[in-house]
Design a protein. Sequence first.
Length: 148
Amino acid sequence: MQDVFPSLYLWLKIGHVVFMVFWMAGLFMLPRQCIYMLDHAPGSEGEAKWADRMGKLRKIILTPSLIVVWALGLTLALGLGAFSGAGWLHAKVTLVLVLTGYHGWLVAQTKKMARGERPLSEKTLRMIGEVPGLLLVLIVALVYLRPF
């Protein structure tokens, strides 16, 4: 692996960043789709269309991107031996774990909505829609500044 890793490093990094963008795009879109679903009565044709759209977003973009981001990120970190003494990386991984938890929680909320429940108000959905952006700012700052 030591001989192969340097030649693959940039490709792994490119994949990590590209799939992170896909994942973040999905996390920005999903709360917005929930807001659109609120305009439709439970059991209506409109609700069914939004439930289908949210399901496709989860299955085609969100979850696969999450898996690839984690796989490539861990491969990069382990390949570089970056976990030794890199406090910034520990902080980044912690924030990515928080983002992963947010992802799981949001998926659970969308599944409830697809069943006709309305666990979140429009105001709440608008507020939680900002969570990925705030975490992204912190994560990118840690990667580029490496403050500790």
